[in-house]
Design a protein around this ligand. Structure first.
Ligand code: SF4
Length: 589
């Protein structure tokens, strides 16, 4: 297996590309570690997210294409939401397309003068004029890009942005192959800032495998594959999918409703995973290289004629988007949730952040903190049409109010008032009102996401308030998640990939680590990511935890403000120490 990373670097300002090799596999591993290492090399740590030479880095891992569920691409970039180094992960076909094109990473620098699309394959690279796609939504853009690039269907991945990305909305997504996204921290705006409307990755080559390794590889592959399929470890993800979480979290008083004015609602059945599956599930699809197929596609019918005339659409759903466009907005009907999910997808918005922003605006309007003239529409919990209009206004930044809201609920609250009920923890909260551990973890976490440390799991398993226990749990989880993300693995595959299976998979491809050296490398990548976040402006003391979180009732009862304060204070010291202990090793190119 190659000892160096093969990285294609594209400069949109100068219409140039180059191949660079980095002999740093032992330090960066791949995926998350590779993106962070490349950002340290190419990133402008003291410049903002829209500096033309700020890089967008798409990185994959050493197991991509060889093992099941190694299907994610890691995007490393300067976030337009936080103006700090950030990561976002997406599946679809992007990871395998990049692998089969022969690269470990794609780095995009510069800014095109007019909207362009980038095409990349093993033998070709081209930058196409795309001015005629300007303002076009995600679906139409995808269709145009497929028509313009008809080669390699099935081995091709199409990434694109919609109006939200073009208009630099702080939480604009990059859509990947229609049903997957680089979401949350504004990857779509980072792409929009480069005038880059789309990327077509063509996986038009083949994978290498050392013939001497074939036997060992086949054995390890088969063992992991049967764990994925036969152990039942992944059944939940294929069956109801993550939407299965709605009822249990609601019972646990951990499901935010109506801007988290409540964490429980008796009508949860109306938008439960069971309801979606029984009445609206059309099919399940999978990312390339994954046998699980957790992507649930719902059928949305729209009547357009007097008689029985219907337009139908296929809309992907998951727990978090149902929370963002459903419970957080008080929407209690599956077709209505699907309608809003289709709107956010079409516009290229992140469903969780857009939901959190609109939920805050609804409560602010209700409390007379903002006016109907500012919101342009009467936002009310449960009102589908009002939220459809609100999403359009955010994506198009229709007035000064929506310009602020497009940067996030807390930015708008700082300007207009109502900070105490902005459900923001570094970014709009994920759908887990489980307790203090999770709130601190998301507020200070690397991606401000429930995926950083899985602390919502600790909240659910641990009733006592144990600061050291919580910090140990979060640290251990973060290490494992950095390992998986450096392999570009899907975090749903955690049960199939304990540390020893990852070591065996790496070894079967000729990458030889022992447990100790792998752990040390992962710890150093963890520190590198934190070093980048601090060096690009992260100040944990400045992160606000609005009082709405302290008013929350969970299964443990009212939150304990003293515990939350103390946990936060000790956890932020741990993060500072990690950032300070990053060891930079000499690099050979
Ligand atoms: S489990 Fe789901 S998200 Fe993960 S790789 Fe498979 S299809 Fe993609």
């Amino acid at each position: 297996m190659p000892s160096s990373f093969k990285v294609i670097v594209v400069d949109l300002s100068r219409n140039l590309s180059s191949l660079e090799y980095f002999d740093t596999r032992d330090q960066w591993l791949g995926g998350s570690g590779l993106a962070a290492g490349l950002f340290r090399h190419f990133g402008l740590l003291r410049e903002g997210p829209f500096h033309p030479d700020q890089p967008l880095i798409f990185a994959i891992g050493p197991l991509t294409g060889y093992f099941p569920l190694m299907s994610k691409t890691v995007l490393g970039f300067m976030s337009p939401y936080t103006s700090q180094y950030a990561e976002s992960h997406a599946g679809g076909r992007s990871a395998l397309a990049l692998k089969f094109a022969g690269y470990d990473a794609l780095v995009i620098k510069g800014r095109a003068e007019k909207p362009v699309c980038l095409g990349l394959g093993s033998q070709e690279i081209h930058i196409q004029d795309a001015h005629f796609l300007q303002g076009m939504d995600i679906y139409k853009t995808g269709k145009q890009l497929r028509n313009l690039n008809p080669r390699n269907p099935g081995h091709r991945s199409i990434l694109r942005i919609g109006p939200a990305g073009e208009n630099l909305v702080g939480y604009a997504c990059i859509n990947v192959d229609t049903y997957r996204h680089f979401g949350r921290l504004g990857g779509g705006a980072a792409m929009g800032g480069k005038n880059l409307k789309g990327i077509i990755l063509s996986g038009d080559s083949h994978l290498d495998l050392d013939p001497d390794m074939t036997k060992q590889y086949n054995r390890v592959y088969n063992e992991i594959y049967s764990t994925v399929l036969q152990s039942g470890a992944m059944r939940k993800y294929h069956d109801l999918g993550t939407a299965e979480n709605l009822i249990p979290l609601n019972e646990l008083k951990a499901l935010p409703w109506r801007n988290m004015q409540s964490t429980h609602d008796p009508d949860v059945q109306a938008v439960s995973g069971e309801k979606f599956a029984q009445d609206y599930l059309l099919r399940q699809v999978a990312c390339a290289g994954c046998p699980v197929g957790c992507i649930h596609i719902g059928l949305l019918r729209e009547r357009f004629g007097q008689e029985h005339e219907f337009l139908y659409r296929q809309v992907s759903y998951d727990y978090e988007p149902i929370f963002g466009m459903g419970t957080m907005l008080g929407i209690k009907s599956v077709p209505e949730v699907l309608t809003l999910l289709e709107d956010v997808d079409r516009l290229g918005l992140d469903a969780i952040s857009a939901g959190g922003a609109l939920a805050w605006a609804t409560e602010a309007l209700d409390k007379w903190i903002i006016t109907r003239e500012q919101t342009l529409v009467r936002l009310e919990f449960g009102d589908l049409q009002a939220y459809r209009a609100g999403l359009e206004h955010i994506a198009r930044k229709s007035n000064a109010f929506y310009q602020a809201l497009a940067q996030g609920a807390l930015i708008a609250a700082e300007k207009y008032g109502g900070e105490d009920f902005a459900c923001v923890l570094g970014q709009e909260m994920a759908g887990y009102a489980t307790g203090e551990n999770y709130f601190v973890s998301q507020a200070l976490g690397f991606r401000h996401s429930h995926l950083d440390t899985g602390a919502y799991g600790y909240d659910q398993q641990e009733n006592s308030r144990n600061i050291q226990g919580a910090i140990d749990y979060m640290q251990e989880q973060e290490s494992y998640r950095v390992l998986m993300s450096s392999m570009s693995g899907c975090l749903f595959g955690r049960k199939a990939y304990p540390w020893e299976n990852i070591l065996r998979a790496l070894s079967s491809l000729g990458y030889n680590y022992d447990q100790k050296s792998l752990q040390e490398t992962v710890e150093n990548i963890k520190c590198l990511r934190w070093a980048l976040k601090f060096e690009t402006g992260f100040q944990p003391e400045e992160v606000k935890i609005p009082s709405r979180f302290l008013e929350t009732e969970t299964w443990k009862g009212r939150l304990d403000p003293d515990y939350l304060r103390q946990l936060r204070s000790e956890y932020q010291e741990v993060l500072k120490k990690m950032a300070a202990s990053y060891r930079e090793e000499p690099r050979e190119e």
